[in-house]
Write a protein that binds this ligand. Structure first.
Ligand code: UD1
Ligand code: UDP
Length: 357
């Protein structure tokens, strides 16, 4: 069997793009890392993905406890289902657990979105990605830059330039995105222009200085703001006593996280996106919406071309200054492939499974 391990929102979205190209003996394992309906089940319901064969339901708070429990749970499942090859996506703790477990069981390992770096090792996701890359048999690199990183680090596995699964999925739904706004958003803002905001990084939610600065900047902005709020951010705002202040601001519309197509529709119609998400930076680029990244490094430097993505320190003045700036030229086409990442990845996996290591 081929096992795909998922656990968090960006994992589900990448899997939704790849699933149609995976063989019939694919088995999906959900670690349970994300569990709210809007963070998990909504993607299976709306993106025509098979529901996971197993959900481990792991909800530990600390990263070590999360990883430990995931390893124990995954080991049982991978052995029970006689898995020969494991796929993991991106940089989440679920992906690291899947990768380590595959390695300990001497299974073949495929890393989707390999080679992506922002070169800041204080960020847990960067460490996860580096560790996974160095034990993978196949490094599925979405961009030329990711290929270069994988080569420079002399990872032992084979690096393949695949294109980006988020881009595949974007092209697949692109026709539906131009349609009107989701009614929820239209009811909130009518025909007014608006900014879209997403925040969830530890560096912004757990660092009170950054959290306060972002809130202050959002309160200062004159534009309407649509803010689908990650549960982690909601909790952080509540703890800091800021949630009510944001909720009471008439130009800020706090809503639950959206399903993928509704989110992308809200993104493509927005004037700007302010985010600390990795995936959203790319999707803003696909939608040709100028992006402001609220942390001073990006795993997707490709998107910074001609200031389509301004990567800034999240202090009040930098945010307010960035909002006044617009892209200074065209985008470069083709940076994220041709919408055929799923086909390329599936062929590489087929080849890996037909050869002995
Ligand atoms: C994780 C990933 C990050 C990814 C993000 C996507 C790691 C280390 N980080 O970060 O790379 O960008 O997912 O969204 O894996 N929570 C809920 N309900 C949920 C999910 C989370 O309430 O459905 C709350 C819980 O309090 C939880 C906290 O959010 O403790 C953080 O969740 P966690 O999965 O640990 O990290 P993310 O910040 O979501
Ligand atoms: N996304 C979504 N609904 C939302 C916010 C984001 O479907 O309310 C999608 C978005 O389109 C992107 C993915 O979630 O594909 C990015 O996940 P996230 O920002 O949680 O994680 P990251 O990419 O930073 O790891």
């Amino acid at each position: 069997m081929l096992a795909a391990i998922v656990g968090a929102r960006p994992n589900f979205i990448k899997h939704a793009a790849l699933a149609p190209y995976l063989p019939d003996d694919t088995f999906l394992v959900h670690t349970g890392q994300h569990y709210d309906y809007e963070m998990s089940r909504i993607f299976f319901d709306q993106l025509e993905m098979p529901t996971p064969g197993v959900n481990l339901g792991i909800r530990e708070k600390t990263h070590s406890a999360q990883l430990g429990k995931m390893l124990l749970g995954l080991e049982k499942v991978l052995v029970q289902y006689d898995v020969d090859t494991v796929i993991v996506y991106g940089d989440t703790n679920s992906s690291l657990a899947g990768a380590l477990c595959a390695n300990k069981l001497a299974l073949k390992l495929v890393h989707i979105e390999a080679g992506v770096r922002h070169f800041n090792r204080s960020v847990p996701e960067e460490v996860n990605r580096v560790l996974i890359d160095h034990i993978s048999n196949l490094l599925m690199c979405p961009t030329e830059l990711a290929m270069e990183n994988a080569r420079r680090e002399s990872c032992f596995g084979e690096a393949v330039l695949t294109g980006d699964l988020h881009y595949d999925l974007f092209l697949k739904v692109a026709d539906r995105l131009k349609q009107q706004l989701p009614s929820l958003i239209a009811d909130l803002i009518g025909n007014e222009p608006y900014f879209l905001v997403t925040i969830h990084r530890a560096s912004n939610t757990d660092d009170l200085r950054n959290l306060e600065a972002i809130v202050k900047a959002l309160l200062t902005l004159k534009q309407q703001i649509v803010f689908p709020i990650h549960p982690r951010t909601k909790r952080a705002l509540e703890l800091a006593g800021l949630y009510e202040i944001v909720e009471n601001a008439t130009h800020i519309h706090l809503i639950d996280p959206l399903g993928y197509v509704d989110f992308m529709r809200t993104l493509i119609h927005s004037e700007r996106v302010l985010t600390d998400s990795g995936g959203v930076q790319k999707e803003a680029y696909f939608c040709k919406v100028p992006c402001i990244t609220l942390r001073n490094y990006s795993p997707w430097p490709e998107t910074q071309i001609n200031q389509w993505n301004q990567v800034i320190v999240p202090d009040v003045q930098s945010i307010l200054t960035a909002v006044e700036k617009y892209p200074q030229g065209e985008q470069v086409p083709g940076l994220f492939g041709k919408g055929t990442a799923g086909v390329t990845i599936s062929a590489a996996i087929h080849q890996l499974r037909s050869t002995s290591r």
